[in-house]
Design a protein around this ligand. Structure first.
Ligand code: FE
Length: 212
């Protein structure tokens, strides 16, 4: 009787230990799985509002006319999307590169443009603002898609100065596929932005190449 009890106890104990070991190793596998998936998954998207396309052809952008609507001394701002401004919102991002395709940090950029109805703010600073590229040479502009106005295809004006002592270059960006592009004598194929539907709304990127 005693022997049977001891045997029973022994067998029970063996099964208990085996069960414990199997469960333990299963949990370890699960833990490892979780760890490896969290290690492997890359950050889902680039930080929003920062340029990710680093393409550069080393060709300095052409200078284009300033036009009649430039207002100097614009405020420093990267977000033009104020309440009540007509036009579809778009985020424009990009790098500023020199002609060796080295990013230029702290480059000065001054943007100005018409709203979605083709109107400029000529008394204030709506849709006007300057900024500096970050330490990686990137800029971000939250704005609206400019409308056309008589005689011009839609465009975004900008001035850029690579660094102290560099010349100020004045130019314009154009919209891919705009109907008036070909009939506008100022239009330049090398300054076209392609606006696409992104995760956070419409977006486009354009890398600006300038001489230092
Ligand atoms: Fe203009």
């Amino acid at each position: 009787m005693n022997n049977k009890l001891i045997l029973f106890g022994f067998i029970f104990g063996v099964f208990f230990v085996i069960g414990y070991l199997i469960l333990g190793s299963y949990e370890m596998v699960q833990d490892n799985k979780q760890q490896s998936t969290s290690e492997q998954s890359p950050s889902p998207v680039m930080q929003t509002g920062l340029a990710s396309d680093t393409s550069c052809d080393g060709q300095a952008i052409p200078s284009l006319t300033e036009g009649p609507y430039y207002t100097p001394n614009s405020p420093e701002k990267t977000n033009f999307q104020e309440e009540g401004i007509p036009g579809e919102k778009v985020t424009l991002t990009g790098y500023v590169f020199d002609t060796d395709c080295t990013p230029i940090a702290n480059a000065w950029l001054d943007f100005w443009q018409a709203d979605g109805s083709g109107e400029y703010d000529n008394s204030g600073y709506k849709l006007r603002g300057h900024q500096y590229t970050d330490s990686e040479g990137r800029y971000t502009l939250q704005t609206v898609i400019p409308g056309e106005y008589p005689g011009r295809t839609p465009h975004i004006h900008f001035k850029i100065k690579a660094s102290e002592g560099s010349p100020v270059i004045t130019s314009q960006l154009f919209l891919q596929g705009a109907a008036q592009n070909q009939s506008d004598p100022i239009f330049s194929e090398s300054l076209v932005i392609n606006i696409k539907e992104g995760e956070g709304g419409k977006e486009s990127s354009y890398n600006i190449v300038v001489s230092r």
